[in-house]
Design a protein around this ligand. Structure first.
Ligand code: GDP
Ligand code: MG
Length: 163
């Protein structure tokens, strides 16, 4: 079984952009993965000769109350299937209440979680991501620009390293 990496986070943080970058030009969509549904998209990807499966999710509706409402069912299932979870936040928008709700849920899961601040292109990345350390998810806020590829190989290499 290949390792499975799930992309989760609220809508518009760049999950599908990262998914598309990771699965680009390799006829990557997995059609027959167990549990496949229309609302979770599975792709094959590879970084530095390490193959893996990546799951894109439709995102989490931050307008509702309670963690079950906050996190869409498909995101919960993707987290459960994953060996590593990339929890994506938007470095331009800053910390939102939806991010805090998702983090509260993820902290209780027995998973490798990587907090990933996307869209750090063209901004002062270090100051933009400082507030995300409040989420207390690991020692590092990983800075990427999915649209441009910045930080992506480094992040995935880390996520795929057995702990
Ligand atoms: P999703 O809803 O989480 O899947 O987010 P999308 O991948 O659809 O991206 C939402 C928006 O953010 C789109 O307009 C993307 O072009 C933009 N976006 C994604 N990644 C980046 C990035 O690295 N930098 C910038 N500036 N914009 C990005
Ligand atoms: Mg998307």
């Amino acid at each position: 079984m290949l390792p499975v990496v799930a992309l989760v986070g609220r809508p518009n943080v760049g999950k599908s952009t990262l998914f598309n970058r990771l699965t680009r030009s390799r006829d990557a969509l997995v059609a027959d993965y167990p549990g496949l549904t229309r609302d979770r998209q599975y792709g094959q990807a590879k970084v530095e000769d390490h193959p893996f499966i990546v799951i894109d999710t439709g995102g989490i509706n931050g307008n509702e109350q309670g963690i079950d409402a906050l996190m869409a069912e498909q995101s919960l299932m993707a987290i459960a299937e994953a060996d590593a979870v990339l929890f994506m936040v938007d470095a331009r928008d800053g910390l939102t209440s939806a991010d805090i709700g998702i983090a509260d849920y993820l902290r209780k899961q027995n998973k490798k979680i990587f907090l990933v601040a996307n869209k750090v292109d063209g901004i002062d990345a270090d100051s933009a991501v400082a507030e995300f350390y409040e989420l207390s998810l690991g020692d590092t806020v990983h800075k990427i620009a999915a649209a441009h590829g910045r930080g992506v190989t480094q992040l995935l290499t880390l996520a795929l390293t057995p702990h």
